[in-house]
Design a protein around this ligand. Structure first.
Ligand code: FMN
Ligand code: SF4
Length: 567
C-alpha cells in the first residue's frame, strides 16, 4: 500500500473537528518524525502560523523531529518502573537513541515501552513483547462494585458482550422514558463526584451545562491519565469501552450536547484501537450519531490522541490542546461549563466518572450512594502499585481503611519488608507514612492528613527505599511537566529538584527547611493550576514524615561542600 501524500492527509483532516493533533499524528505515523516540510504543509493546510506550530509541536514529548530516530524506543522511567529496572533497560537501548518517558500507566505490569506507535512491555531486552493490559484482579471482599461490576465478564469489551451484560439499558431507558433533568437528578442524588482528581460533584456540573444557553454543547471524556501511579482509566477503556461511550451519551442526553470527544493519552495505542472499534460498533448499532435508538437525540463522538504532555490532563489545557492551541491551562473563571470547547458549554469528565454514571442510571434509585462506608457515597478505583504483593486496580467502597486495602486485599508488603510510605493521588498528594497511614479512603479523612485522594493512585514504598531519592524523582517529574506558564511553578519545581538532589541550597538544616518551605508556600499561593499546588506536597510530606532522613541529606550535602572547599 502506498503512503498517503501530504495533500491527501490535509484533505482528510482539514474539515474534521479538532484537526491539528490527528493531522500531526498522521504525518508522524507516516514518516516516524515531523519534518520541516510536513510542518509547512500543516501550517498552510490549517492556516496556523508556523511559529505557533513549532511552539506546539516541540511542547509535546511524543513528536520526534529527528529523522535518524524514527524507530527509537521510549521507555517508561516512572517511579514504579525504576524499581523493575527501567534505568537499566534504558541504558541497554541508549546507543540506539532510546529516551525516557514519564510514567506510561502500566504500573501493574511493567515496563511499558513505545516504538513507532507500538506498545510493548517487559523488564529486560529479551522479554519485551506486545501484551494486553491486565484485567482488575478479583475483588477479594464482599463489597459491591460499580464500575468493575461486569468488567470481568467474557466478551464485555465488544458490543454483543456489553449488551448481554446489561449494557446500553441505561441509555435506552433514558432516551425513551426519562426527561434530561431526571437523568441529571439521578446522578446528583447518588453523590457521584469527579474521579479525575478534583472531586467536583458530577450532577452540579451536568446541571450547569444543561442550563447554559449557548450551543452546540460538548462532552469531553478526559482519558489523558498522565498521573504517575494511575492506570485505572486504561483498564476501564481496554476492557469496558462501551461503558464510557454509554456514559458520554447519557451526559449528552442530560445536558443537550450534540458532540463529544475522547481525549486519550498517546501512550495507550492499543486502547486507541479498542475505542476506534467500539465507537464504530456503537455507530453501526444506532447508539451514536443521528436518531439514536430511533429518537430525535443525536450525538456525534470523535476520538483524539494526545501527544505526551501531563499538563494536557488539566481540563482547560486539554481543551486548548483539542482546539489546536498551545496547551497552557486557561485562567478561570470562566469555567468550561459555560466557556469550554470553542468557548461553548462543555462537560469535561474523567473515564471512571462516566463509566460510573452509566451504572448509576441503569440501577436507578440511590443504589450508588449507598455503596460507601461511614456516610461516604459510592466507590473509588484505587490503582495500587509498588512494593506490595498484589498490585492492580481495586474498586473499594469510599471510606474503606487504607490499611485494609494494603494488608487484607493486596496481601501486604513483600516478604521480610515493612511498608515505609505510600503516595496519594498518584504523586500529586505527596506521601503518607507512620500514623498518616491510619486514614480511610475518602477525601475528608485524607485531607485531614494534608493530602488528597485525587485520581486514586497509591504507590507503595517499603523500608528498602530511600524517600529522599523517591521525592527527588517525583519533583523532577513535576519540573519536567510544568508547562512554564507561571514563573513560581516553572522555577520552584526546578529549585526543589536541585535541593532534593543535594546540588544546591543551604547546608544549614534550619535554613534548608526554611527555604524549601518558602518555595513551596510561594508555589501554593500563586500557581495557576493543580500541578504547581500539588508539587510542594512532596517536599512538605517528606519533611513531616522523614525529618531524620532530611537532616541526614542536608548533612551529607554540607560534608560534600566542605570537602570541595578544602585545598
Ligand atoms: C496537572 C493536572 C493533571 C490532570 N490530569 C488529569 C487526567 O489525566 N485525567 C483526568 O480525568 N483529570 C485530570 N485532571 C483533573 C481535570 O482537570 C478535571 O478536574 C477532570 O478531568 C474533571 O473530570 P471529573 O469531574 O470527572 O473528575 C488533572 C488536573 C491537573 C491539575
Ligand atoms: S502551575 Fe505550573 S503547570 Fe500549572 S499553569 Fe502554572 S506553570 Fe503551568
Amino acid at each position: 500500500m502506498t503512503s498517503p501524500t501530504n495533500q491527501e492527509l490535509i484533505t482528510r483532516w482539514r474539515h474534521e473537528p479538532a484537526p491539528l493533533l490527528p493531522l500531526l499524528h498522521a504525518f508522524h505515523d507516516r514518516d516516524g518524525y515531523l519534518s520541516d516540510e510536513a510542518l509547512g504543509a500543516v501550517a498552510l493546510g490549517l492556516k496556523v502560523p508556523i511559529a505557533e506550530l513549532f511552539g506546539d509541536v516541540t511542547f509535546y514529548h511524543h513528536f520526534n523531529r529527528d529523522p535518524t530516530r524514527t524507530n527509537a524506543l521510549r521507555i517508561c522511567t516512572g517511579p514504579i518502573c525504576r524499581r523493575y529496572g527501567a534505568m537499566e533497560l534504558l541504558a541497554a537501548f541508549e546507543q540506539d537513541g532510546a529516551t525516557p518517558m514519564p510514567c506510561a500507566g502500566r504500573c501493574d505490569d511493567p515496563i511499558p515501552v513505545l516504538q513507532h506507535g507500538q506498545a510493548l512491555a517487559g523488564t529486560s531486552p529479551d522479554t519485551l513483547e506486545a501484551r494486553r493490559s491486565p484485567l482488575p484482579p478479583p475483588n477479594p471482599a464482599e463489597h459491591e462494585e460499580c464500575v468493575f461490576s461486569a468488567i470481568r465478564e467474557p466478551g464485555r469489551s465488544k458490543l454483543e458482550g456489553y449488551r448481554r451484560t446489561g449494557g446500553y439499558e441505561a441509555l435506552t431507558r433514558a432516551v425513551t422514558d426519562m426527561q434530561p433533568a431526571e437523568v441529571v437528578h439521578l446522578v446528583a442524588e447518588n453523590g457521584l463526584a469527579g474521579r479525575g482528581g478534583a472531586g467536583f460533584p458530577t450532577g452540579v456540573k451536568w446541571k450547569a451545562v444543561a442550563e447554559a444557553a449557548a450551543r452546540p454543547k460538548t462532552i469531553v471524556c478526559n482519558a489523558d491519565e498522565g498521573e504517575p501511579g494511575c492506570f485505572k482509566d486504561r483498564a476501564i477503556l481496554d476492557h469496558d469501552p462501551h461503558a464510557v461511550i454509554e456514559g458520554m451519551a447519557l451526559a449528552a442526553y442530560a445536558t443537550g450536547a450534540t458532540r463529544g470527544f475522547i481525549y486519550l493519552r498517546y501512550e495507550y495505542p492499543d486502547t486507541f484501537h479498542v475505542l476506534e472499534h467500539a465507537i464504530h460498533e456503537a455507530e453501526e448499532a444506532g447508539l451514536l450519531g443521528g436518531s439514536i435508538l430511533g429518537t430525535d437525540f443525536a450525538f456525534q463522538l470523535y476520538l483524539r490522541r494526545g501527544a505526551g504532555a501531563y499538563i494536557c490532563g488539566e481540563e482547560t489545557s486539554l481543551l486548548n490542546s483539542l482546539e489546536g492551541k498551545h496547551p497552557f491551562p486557561r485562567n478561570r473563571p470562566p469555567y468550561p461549563v459555560t466557556h469550554g470547547y470553542e468557548n461553548l458549554p462543555t462537560v469535561v469528565n474523567n473515564v471512571e466518572t462516566l463509566a460510573a454514571a452509566a451504572q448509576i442510571i441503569r440501577r436507578g434509585g440511590k443504589w450508588y450512594g449507598s455503596l460507601g462506608l461511614n456516610g461516604q457515597a459510592g466507590t473509588k478505583i484505587i490503582s495500587l502499585s509498588g512494593d506490595i504483593r498484589h498490585p492492580g486496580n481495586y474498586e473499594v467502597p469510599m471510606g474503606l481503611p487504607l490499611k485494609t486495602l494494603l494488608y487484607n486485599w493486596a496481601g501486604g508488603p513483600l516478604p521480610g519488608r515493612q511498608i515505609r510510605a505510600v503516595t496519594m493521588a498518584g504523586l500529586s498528594g505527596g506521601f503518607l507514612a507512620g500514623d498518616g497511614l491510619d486514614v480511610t479512603l475518602d477525601e475528608p479523612s485524607i485531607r485531614a492528613k494534608g493530602s488528597f485522594l485525587g485520581a486514586g493512585g497509591v504507590m507503595v514504598f517499603d523500608d528498602s527505599r530511600d524517600m529522599v531519592a523517591v521525592a527527588h524523582d517525583a519533583m523532577e517529574f513535576f519540573a519536567h511537566e510544568s508547562c512554564g506558564k507561571c514563573f513560581p511553578c516553572r522555577i520552584g519545581t526546578q529549585r526543589l529538584t536541585e535541593r532534593l538532589a543535594g546540588e544546591a541550597g543551604p547546608t544549614d538544616l534550619t535554613a534548608w527547611l526554611d527555604e524549601v518551605n518558602d518555595l513551596g508556600q510561594t508555589m501554593k499561593a500563586v500557581s495557576a493550576c493543580g500541578l504547581g499546588l500539588a508539587a510542594p506536597l512532596i517536599t512538605g510530606s517528606l519533611m513531616r514524615y522523614f525529618p531524620d532522613r532530611v537532616a541526614q541529606h542536608v548533612q551529607t550535602m554540607a560534608n560534600a561542600r566542605a570537602r570541595e572547599v578544602q585545598p
